[in-house]
Ligand binder design. Sequence first.
Ligand code: SF4
Length: 378
Amino acid sequence: MRTASIYIHIPFCVQKCGYCDFAVSLYREGEAVRPYLEALKAEMASRLETIGPLEAPSIYFGGGTPSLLTSEELEELFVCLKKYVRWETSTEITLEANPGTFSLDRAREWKSLGVNRVSLGVQTFDPSTLKRLGRLHSVEDTKNSFRILHEAGFGNISFDLIYGLPGEGMEQFERSLDETLDLQPDHVSLYQLAIEENTPFYRLAQNNKLALPLEEEVIGMYELAILKLESAGFGHYELQNFALTDRESVHNYRYWHHQEFLGLGVGAYSYWDGKRFGHGKSLSDYLRKAAAGDFTPVLSENITEEIRMKEMVILGLRLKKGIRLDVIEERLGRPLSPGIVSKLDRLALKKLLRKEENRYSLTLKGEHLSESVASELI
Ligand code: SF4
């Protein structure tokens, strides 16, 4: 039986955050939810039926705000997925949730449906920064939602935090880290704010109206996070991810190991049969095509052996333990090209990579310059 992780995109949010570039539509009274669920189920049938029985090592409901779905709506998706996909009770099933969008009863229902990991969109513990981001929740909502998840019996809770936020100084960021450590989640994903085109933040930045911290401060925040989280027992297992023992994300690990996954829904991407493909970000386009039974991807790229080799190297370097050339060569079934090995050696000479026998991993300098490292390897 073939194996692939499953990603399901739920595109609804109550309000759009100023920095958000994801495939998101406003929830309003939930009027688009029903047609979207019908379209998702039709996509599952159309794509998964032809693949045959599939084993999922992880399932991920991302968004958007999947926690806006009622338990009955979520159950419908599980029932439909079960027709085509097999998984164990121990399989990692993650649901993204925003603080303040669910009750204890709702969290208990997620648990009984099989969700065993919740990724909470905390972002920051600074009240004024939360407002500036356009987030609807308060710091108290975050704490309350975390308590609810614990009470519902979740033993694997991840926090999303962002640093380098407008108006954020080291003091505010340190407070966010301290509050995080006080609550003790099992996993922390730490993202540096990226200013994406077509977002309100991009327009503000263009007009010099976004007070972003200086680059040195942003670097300092990343280093402070490593220091504090590692001292508290979190392993820094990937550039942006920290976990307590055995709490590394199975879903993301598979992605960094360049393994196959299927993405369902608007804006979702798949990597399957040597191709990467996905739907665009427009919900109305997705619904219109789905009504005609058309789930052909809008965007598609052939992952040639050359691209696959480079992606395995670039994604593998995101992991703290880095890459081992012999392991990659065994998966590829052939030696790495001399060109890529000499690029790795050049990066090691520049002290961006650490080289130990046939293993390469990012140095701290390489972590700060990870995008340059990746572009040198392309
Ligand atoms: S809650 Fe997340 S997905 Fe929704 S608008 Fe904000 S950043 Fe985007």
